[in-house]
Design a protein around this ligand. Structure first.
Ligand code: ATP
Length: 247
């Protein structure tokens, strides 16, 4: 079997002064997978994703234990921008678009962190507009005029400009009407299918995430409560009712 693209080995995350947000979490992701990270509000999903991208310090958090291996290398001390250069890219919760820049300018910021092929940003823009036609129609408008769903598309489009191998997404469907959320999930599935993009997705919307992911892990109070192929999880009423509110 090929080596995993991402391996988490016994990760724990603490926030100052002594809040344990993630405890002893291990799992691996292989190239080409869509994996869902599920759990209630406060279960530790954001903390785990931030740990992977080395983004905890901004929140006064840190990895207190464990190893992160990405593409065969230990990366827990690698700065975020270097991780982006190697294709490990995250779409943060809350979208974080530059509201006074145009849609196109926002997208171009996503290409800034790339080490090579900067000149090809125009081609990449074309690909993003193919994936999200509604962004093309608004290319010259300020991002602040976009709807919530379009801002989420923009945040994903900007991440695509960095040419990710592994895309981490934190609650991409949050605050979106069901139809828009479905459009986002469909697009992610298409990127996975057509471009082989590997995806780790944190979601409270368990039903949708389980529909699109091939495997899922459930966090409860910072610990891994369950995990496995989505078909197996969907067949377990105890898990669906205890952790996912689906029965
Ligand atoms: P949400 O869906 O609300 O984002 P989550 O599953 O992503 O939830 P986290 O945001 O990772 O969960 O939070 C996990 C725990 O860590 C919670 O108890 C939360 O209160 C705590 N926590 C998160 N950020 C901080 C911080 N900057 N300082 C202190 N505690 C924090």
């Amino acid at each position: 079997m090929a080596a995993p693209l991402l391996e988490l080995e016994r990760l724990s995350v603490v926030y100052e002064p002594a809040i344990l947000a993630v405890e002893d979490v291990s799992f691996s992701i292989w190239k080409g997978e869509i994996v869902a990270l599920l759990g209630a509000n406060g279960a530790g999903k954001t903390s785990l994703l931030r740990a992977i991208s080395n983004l905890l310090r901004a929140k006064r958090g840190r990895l207190s234990k464990g190893h992160i291996i990405y593409d065969g290398q230990r990366v827990e001390r690698v700065p975020t921008h270097r991780l982006v250069e190697t294709g490990l890219v995250q779409v943060l919760e809350g979208r974080h678009c530059f509201l006074f820049l145009t849609v196109e300018e926002n997208l171009l910021t996503g290409a800034l962190g790339r080490r090579s092929s900067r000149g090809d940003a125009k081609d990449d823009l074309g690909r993003v507009y193919e994936v999200f036609p509604s962004l093309k129609a608004k290319a010259k408008q300020p991002a602040g005029l976009l709807s919530g769903g379009q801002q989420q598309m923009l945040a994903i489009g900007r991440a695509l400009m960095a040419r990710p191998n592994l895309l981490l997404l934190d609650e991409p469907s949050m605050g979106l009407a069901p139809l828009l959320a479905a459009e986002i999930f469909e697009t992610l599935a298409k990127l996975n299918r057509d471009d082989g993009l590997t995806i780790l997705l944190a979601e409270q919307n368990a039903a949708s995430a389980l529909h699109y992911a091939s495997r899922a892990f459930v966090l409860e109070n910072g610990r891994l409560a369950s995990g496995g192929p989505t078909a197996d999880l969907l067949a377990r009423d105890d898990i669906l009712s205890a952790y996912l509110g689906l029965v």
